[in-house]
Write a protein of this length. Structure first.
Length: 140
């Protein structure tokens, strides 16, 4: 019986560790955000997001958003590939908004050596949502 309790406790600890290291977990203030109504499907927002992406993000993430930008060789963790359909499903609009806003300043990305800037200091909230709208068009 003691062995069973030991293994169940060990399994619980392992599961808790996995849950806290989940890169898709969001801080509460970002998880509760809602995109402005209609922005994710707005052709104008998507077009403006594309302009912002090509201007600010393509050097690292690639012109197609596939993570193969000309600067990628200088990174520890590779830039995100936004063309991966599996990751598109996993990355909610709120998750993308959080990552764009906070960049590599937050865990677990800081510990991994991410050098992505926190765009909340350069881009308005509306511009960050426009980027989210555009990124969601890159994967089927």
């Amino acid at each position: 019986m003691r062995r069973l309790v030991f293994w169940l406790a060990l399994l619980g600890i392992a599961l808790a560790a996995c849950a806290t290291n989940n890169t898709n977990s969001l801080p509460t203030d970002y998880a509760s955000l809602a995109p402005p109504p209609g922005i994710l499907d707005s052709p104008d927002a998507i077009a403006q997001g594309r302009v912002l992406f090509l201007q600010d993000c393509a050097a690292c993430h690639g012109v197609r958003g596939d993570g193969r930008g000309k600067m990628r060789a200088t990174f520890g963790p590779p830039p995100a590939n936004f063309t991966d359909p599996v990751l598109r499903v996993q990355r909610t609009p709120q998750y993308l908004f959080w990552r764009i806003s906070e960049g590599g300043r937050v865990e677990p990305f800081r510990a991994q050596g991410s050098i992505m800037p926190a765009w909340k200091y350069q881009l308005s909230e509306a511009e960050r949502w426009q980027l989210v709208a555009f990124l969601r068009t890159l994967a089927p």
